[in-house]
Write a new protein. Structure first.
Lengths: 265, 242, 589
């Protein structure tokens, strides 16, 4: 039985590791300026975790293989007793933790604790059961004020603006796809009108909960033209799985064209 | 003439006249007809193109995009989707046994405004291969909120109290419509030319009301005869729906 | 603490069916009642998981009979997305509370803690009876939520505001069912608080002569430490549930901010914060997962020593130290569930440091167990196999925690199947393996009959391979960005992952079926199992110094005197172990 356990646990460990090593299912290519920092942290952790995982499972398997109940054999304590093992645990794990924390906090801070560049394009995001809408300030560069009591999805007033009385609101552009130029910093202000939602773009390596009652900023710069999905990742009701929007990263000239077209509407 | 002829002539006559009766147009319902046109003054608000990009299947079906339907105008400054109904002066009547049908197709509600009598059966169908989440928002009737994944059976519901109930889809928030639940069987919704026609109204004096979703309703007294009565309405619209 | 007097007989032998088996104050009966409740709960929770997995693999599948459970939730037997989320909520709630807190702690703990300390019963037997029946009532209230209003809640076992805190206005599944959920959990908290008081008092005050704290078996230490954690944790969840009910039903705004637009109108709430619910919930929730796993630490350690025929590496001291360190640290890491929640980003760094540090005592515990296997003479019975399996799956689950503890990596992995894989490995698999190990080890003592070893081994192997087939692929799904709590997969980047989900579903159904071997074994043993001797495993602790099953007062009126620690295995001589109650060896022996 011991040999069987040893064999099975080793096979399980190696098969599990195989799928990781060959990247059978893996992160998509990153498309943001902070992506490489995150991916570096991730890969470091994967190597360390992988070594620990395989070592632990194989050693467990080996010991089970070897140390069955053989008559006549005496039990023996681990050489050196507990002290070296405890020391090993504290030192090795402690060092790993220290290294990962120090490097990891830089990656975290680059996204969440660094202010957006001053030339970032401001886009407002409204999250609601079960869709995202995006608002650009229009040619006047100003966002109209948000009035929750005026919000009316049926006639297109997703943000509750009041163009009749609020001049700044008249040229606000509201769309269902987040359209941005490549290689330009983007500052999103995330709003929710009802539940907690979450803005997640795997390729950007960005995720942020959106809370009713809070205005949460998040900024990034996309580095590759293309069409990507924005998924809601915070359970918000029955349509949570259908809550998505698309992120369209365009070359600068195409973005300018698009914006002009929207403003003329 | 033989016996054959004596039987044949009345038989032929009977056959012929019953054919005539059966093929004749149905008798006019007792009562008068109210017709009219609903127009507007002022500058109507611009309707916005609907961005369906979160649902590529529906986005493809509406190229160029449909527009919002808050204030839909027609040729000659007319208004579509105005509900004209008898709001007072009638004794109460049970709802008809036939039901109404509401469809979700290409991520739009068809029709945009569905008028029905209180207590009448309503079946809501989904014809799309994407999930919908139909959510009427009544204030007087009981509220409900249900999903209809692709292939789901129709939802069967009755509204007990007269009310203009907005309905939306939570998964496709641009989907927007109304259940115009009225107490009377005498109602109509204006067409693309702003015209409406209500039939089968017993002669008498009534209050006729026109309801448009972005404006206050307009009521007027009408006296209905056994023939046709005309009643036009005009709404003053504002340049912004929002 | 002084060596206590032997427990005074709190009660005479009970008479009559009701007093003996229903409203019993005997900790052994109560322990079995908790275990039985957990057994019912785990099968309900498992069936729910099958329904969920079937839907995830085949979203348009008509599951025969489902409309009988809910005609609104499954018209034409096809599960609606809201019903999927409701089943998911109930699955999580039932499993975390009524299985993982019940069986290892209230079940085995109630049965064996008084015996292992040498007492005749718990410190407060009547309060013990009350705690079970309060827990039982909580379970009934939870089950009722299937049938009230528009069905059970759908906000997950975590019930985040504002989805859970505005009543039916947030959509189907959030009407009366959520209120029943909150009431059920509040009752559960009360039951657990009463239980914790009992466990702590009994451990500190009712130890028999010679039973110092250092000589207590690790299972008792685990139940004691867990009860200490539970006292603070459940004392936090109980008021949180009350505040939730107040917001839902009485218009208060603890969790609801101003300006929400619900059903087309601006809601009247003002001044609350959804983050408050998250703080209150996770301040309970993180210690809760340690409440789920530390008893397993104790049970596995206890059984491993007996199976390995040698003391644990580091003796009891190192493992006790690990458990206490985990308990303490579990209270300062709750914010790692909230890295992306909208808190000040600096708090993420603050919370991730202790979260990473908590790896250390967990790693040391694993190293102690693996070090115990070194040089052992392992007896590979079913209980031992589940202990070894526990070590393997706990390592697997712990390693994925290493990723999630770092905020920079959590940015990508938060709310994906990577998290689902992590917590299922450590809770659904590791903690359950602890329960299985305890069952196979202690069932002979509890019902006086030996369980069938052949069936046990089949159960182990099918389950061990099965759980890896179910939960290891979930890591890969997470790496690909597969978002969790989705009722179906329609996004472009998720559709290609559906075949993996189908594989997981099939593995889950097979592994679930294997659990019927266990159920059959329990049933068979109860009626036809061979009689169990007092000490079938040649183990040392006090439960093996009495009959199988023990008499109503545990030791037949004797005062047990303890002269040895709990894990004196591997000694020289004809008998390779010294029982705790064996006489002290005379010098020169």
């Amino acid at each position: 039985m011991g040999k069987a356990f040893g064999a099975v646990v080793s096979i399980i460990a190696l098969v599990s590791a195989y799928f990781i090593v060959v990247h059978r299912w893996w992160l998509p290519v990153d498309i943001s300026t902070t992506g490489p920092l995150i991916d570096h942290q991730f890969n470091e952790t994967m190597v360390e975790a992988g070594i620990l995982f395989i070592a632990a499972q194989l050693i467990l398997g080996l010991f089970c293989w070897q140390y069955g109940d053989k008559p006549g054999r005496r039990v023996k304590e681990f050489p050196g007793g507990p002290k070296p093992v405890v020391a090993f645990g504290v030192i090795i794990v402690g060092l790993e933790i220290l290294a990962l924390s120090l490097v990891g906090s830089k990656a975290w801070a680059a996204i969440y604790m660094t202010p957006a560049p001053s030339d970032a394009i401001h886009i407002d995001v409204q999250a609601e059961q079960f869709a995202f809408f995006f608002r650009y300030p229009g040619p006047d560069g100003k966002f109209g004020k948000i009035h929750p009591e005026l919000m009316n999805d049926g006639n297109g007033d997703y943000f509750g603006i009041d163009p009749m009385n609020d001049v700044a609101a008249r040229d606000d552009i509201m769309v269902g796809t987040l359209t941005i130029p490549v290689n330009k910093p983007i500052l999103l202000t995330l709003h929710s009108k009802d539940m907690i939602h979450d803005f997640y773009v795997p390729e950007l390596r960005i995720q942020q909960d959106i809370l009713p009652g809070l205005e949460i900023p998040i900024h990034f710069t996309a580095t590759k033209v293309g069409r990507y999905e924005i998924a809601c990742t915070q359970l918000c009701g029955l349509g949570h799985y259908e809550m998505r929007a698309f992120l369209e990263v365009l070359p600068q000239d195409k973005f300018d064209e698009w914006l002009k077209e929207q403003s003329g509407d | 003439m033989g016996l054959k002829h004596i039987i044949a002539v009345p038989a032929l006559f009977l056959a012929g006249s019953s054919l005539l009766v059966l093929s004749a147009p149905p008798a006019r319902p007792a009562g008068g007809i109210i017709t009219g046109k609903v127009t507007y003054t002022g500058t109507p608000p611009k309707m916005h193109p609907i961005d369906m990009s979160k649902e590529p299947y529906c986005e493809k079906l509406h190229n160029p995009p449909d527009k919002t339907q808050t204030v839909v105008t027609g040729p000659g400054d007319t208004l579509e989707y105005v509900v004209v109904y008898i709001s007072a002066g009638e004794k109460s009547m049970p709802p008809p046994t036939t039901g109404e049908r509401f469809d979700q197709k290409g991520c739009m509600y068809i029709p945009h405004i569905l008028a029905m009598q209180a207590g009448q059966d309503l079946k809501i169908y989904t014809d799309d291969p994407v999930a919908h989440n139909i959510h009427p928002e009544p204030r007087l009737n009981a509220e409900w909120n249900k999903s209809q994944p692709p292939g789901a059976p129709p939802i069967d519901v009755q509204w007990e109290k007269p009310e203009f109930i907005p309905v939306k889809c939570n998964i496709h928030p641009w989907m927007h419509g109304y259940f115009a639940v009225v107490a009377t069987p005498h109602y109509a919704v204006t067409d693309a030319d702003g015209n409406y026609k209500i039939v089968g109204v017993p002669p008498g004096t009534y209050t006729l009301t026109a309801w448009q979703e972005a404006n206050s309703p307009i009521s007027k007294q009408v006296t209905v005869t056994s023939g046709e009565t005309k009643a036009d309405f005009s709404f003053h619209v504002l340049p912004y729906a929002f | 603490m002084h060596d206590a007097q032997p427990a005074v007989h709190h009660h005479t032998a009970p008479e009559g069916f009701i007093r003996k088996y229903v409203f019993s104050v005997d900790h052994k009966v109560i322990g079995l009642q908790y275990y039985g409740l957990a057994l019912v709960a785990v099968f309900v929770g498992m069936v729910l998981s099958w329904l969920m997995r079937l839907h995830l693999g085949w979203a348009t599948l008509a599951i025969p009979g489902l409309h009988l459970l809910s005609s609104a939730g499954a018209p034409g037997n096809v599960m609606t997305p809201e019903y999927y989320l409701s089943l998911m909520t109930m699955h999580g709630t039932i499993m975390v509370f009524f299985v993982l807190t019940n069986a290892p702690l209230a079940g085995f703990g109630n049965y064996f803690l008084p015996i292992q300390v040498g007492a005749a019963d718990m410190a407060f037997p009547r309060m013990n009876m009350m705690s079970f029946w309060v827990t039982f009532t909580a379970f009934i209230v939870l089950m009722l939520s299937f049938f009230v209003g528009d069905g059970p809640p759908l906000s997950g076992w975590t019930a985040y505001a504002t989805l859970s805190s505005v009543g039916g206005a947030s959509g189907p599944g959030e009407a009366t069912g959520q209120t029943f959920w909150a009431i059920s959990i509040a009752l559960f908290c009360i039951g657990q608080l009463l239980g914790s008081l009992n466990f702590i008092s009994t451990t500190l005050d009712l130890r028999t002569k010679g039973m110092t704290l250092a000589r207590l078996p690790l299972s008792t230490w685990a139940w004691f430490v867990t009860s200490c954690i539970g006292l603070l944790a459940f004392a936090d969840l109980l008021p949180a549930c009350i505040l939730l009910i107040l917001d839902r039903s009485f218009g208060t705004s603890f969790f609801n901010p101003a300006g929400m637009v619900l059903n087309g109108e601006v809601a009247k709430y003002s001044g609350g914060s959804p983050l408050l619910w998250q703080h209150l919930f996770w301040f309970f929730g993180h210690p809760e997962v340690y409440i789920a796993i530390i008893p397993a630490f104790g049970i596995v350690s206890h059984i491993l020593a007996a199976s390995a025929r040698k003391p644990l590496l580091g003796g009891t001291r190192v493992l006790i130290g690990c458990m206490i360190a985990l308990a303490f640290l579990s209270y300062v890491v709750w914010g790692h569930h909230m890295f992306l929640s909208g808190l000040n980003p600096f708090s993420a760094i603050l919370f991730s440091v202790p979260t990473l540090i908590i790896t250390i005592p967990a790693t040391i515990a694993v190293l102690m167990w693996i070090g115990t296997v070194y040089g052992a003479r392992l007896r590979f019975n079913t209980a031992c196999l589940f202990c070894l399996g526990f070590i393997s799956v706990f390592v697997s689950g712990g390693i994925s925690g290493f990723f999630l503890a770092q905020p920079s990596i959590d940015i990508y992995l938060h709310a994906t199947y990577f998290v689902v894989a992590h917590f299922h490995f450590v809770m659904a698999v590791a903690a359950i393996f602890g329960i299985f190990a305890g069952t196979y080890f202690w069932m002979p003592k509890m019902i006086g009959r030996m369980m069938n070893e052949t069936l046990g081994k089949w159960h182990f192997w099918l389950t061990f391979v099965g759980v890896y087939c179910i939960f290891m692929p979930m890591h890969y799904l997470g790496l690909a960005g597969n978002v969790r709590r989705y009722a179906a997969f329609t996004d472009n980047f998720l559709v290609p992952l559906i075949p993996v989900h189908k594989f997981i579903t099939i593995a889950a159904l097979f592994t679930g079926a294997a659990q019927f071997i266990f159920l059959f074994n329990l049933f068979y043993t109860r009626f036809w199992g061979p009689k169990a001797p007092d000490n079938p495993w040649e183990a040392t602790s006090l439960e093996w110094s009495t009959t199988s099953p023990p008499p109503f007062d545990n030791f037949g009126g004797r005062q047990m005197v303890v002269n040895h620690g709990a894990y004196e295995y591997g000694v020289e001589g004809p008998k390779d172990y010294i029982m705790q109650t064996d006489p002290v060896k005379v010098a020169g022996d």
